[in-house]
Design a protein around this ligand. Sequence first.
Ligand code: FES
Length: 568
Amino acid sequence: MAEHDKQRHGLARGLTNYGDADFSLYLRRSFAKSMGYSAEMLARPIVGIAQSASGFNNCHRHFPELVAAVKRGVIAAGGLPLDFPTVSLGEVFLHPTSMMFRNLMAMDVEEMIRAQPMDAVVLIGACDKTVPALLMGATSADLPAVVLIGGPMLPMAHHGERLGACTDCRRFWAKYRAGEISARDIADIEGNLAATTGSCAVMGTASTMASIAEALGMTLPGTAAIPAVHADRLRAAEASGRRAVELVGTALRPSRIVTARSIENALRVLLAIGGSTNGLIHLTAIAGRAGVAVSLKRLNELSDATPILVDLKPTGQHYMSDLFAAGGIGAVLRELKPLLHLDCMTVTGETLGERLAGAAPWVDRDVVRPLAEPYQKQGGLAALSGSLAPNGAIIKRSAADPRLFEREGRAVVFASLDDLAARIDAPDLDVTADDFLVLQNAGPKSGYAMPEAGYLPIPAKLARAGVKDMVRISDARMSGTAYGTIVLHVSPEAAIGGPLALVRSGDRIKLSVARRRLDLLVDDAELVKRRAAHRPFAATPARGYARLYMQSVLQAELGCDFDFLRKA
Ligand code: FES
């Protein structure tokens, strides 16, 4: 945007170029009046409302009501609210994976904030990729912004136990695969896993990103965990609208809030809540938009010194609505206070330290443990490196079986997702419970766009024999709601010739979580031979977004952002 446009406000910002600025403004006012606005309303500061309701996004079903509440707040504070649609990413409705389109949504958000005349923006998101895309776009656009989280679903009682998407989705599917429950049971469960609007009810990626948005200071305090259907969610929307008007014309833009120090705070929270592995990729991408690097070495240092305080599925017992009732992310931040950078600015205009000052409200200690008596002594994530993952890999140790942490095993390799689907349940598959399942070619440039396929199913014959967990290694991602001894995000990925591409069934692999190592025990001469024979796995598509994605997507340790979108 030209400098003179930044000086303007409201409808006069970023005029359409007809070669006559006064004509452009007159024309814009005229067309805006066709929507029935009075001259008085059109003279107000404008708050854009980025909203992503869609018939293909169950998690955002309630967004029209949230938009109405944001508008109420904006009007009450003297602004003019104008909502606009963005790309919507409904996690389970997208092919090949929502991850492929996160950057598209981030570009849409950034460009529409820039291109349209608004003085501040409220960004509404809930489902997995939407909150990271909003934060990435808003950080790059750098207009005063408030993130409004859509909120989690409520769990539903079913046959005497509470069910909530999506840890329970996987738990019951595993039981069905093992023959422990019938087709009728699983059909019954299917109708009760996602019973309300909102994002998945556990500490999956959506809840992780909501928590990270609050930890960064980009939401109003105490709003990340409010259930989607709770009336407080509407009050949070109204307050977010009000706050956006107050931000108009101030220097309190994302660039003052999303900083190296607030990103480190967010990493602490990611670890303390036992957050999703995807959260690390997204936070790395958001940090990249602010010119901040997230190093896996630093992640390990923080993880070793940040206990898990929150007892939520998939690592614990409770649901997001329990976290809300227990005190929310504020309760977690209060416990972490000695470890946090308290001088970080938040969207309220207070520092984090000011937010956390004063008497602590009541906290349910079944859900949020004190720092001195944590749920687990170390953070949930560990970064690995070694000859199989020179640029890194991730394991969610809090959701894994520690008995499998120090192991050497025989590789059973699947060359692609199609190969996995074709052979994993074959009765003649040569596999034992001590083997390491290896999936190749499921990374960012594989053509599958790094799906959540890292939770490789236990081969049916082993599942029926009672095997619950095995070491599984891939360049894929894993749903934040999954669990198991699963090594993910191996980089460089197989599709571009990373060492993962060179593994063959029968090779030995050594995993040591204690030493943060992942090594392929094959001699160099053999690897040189295999490398010489390697061919790229996926061709670059001829056109469209798929081509842009394939040409520009970065590896996991850089957040899978596009190379041209990171801040220099
Ligand atoms: Fe939207 Fe899980 S499907 S958060």
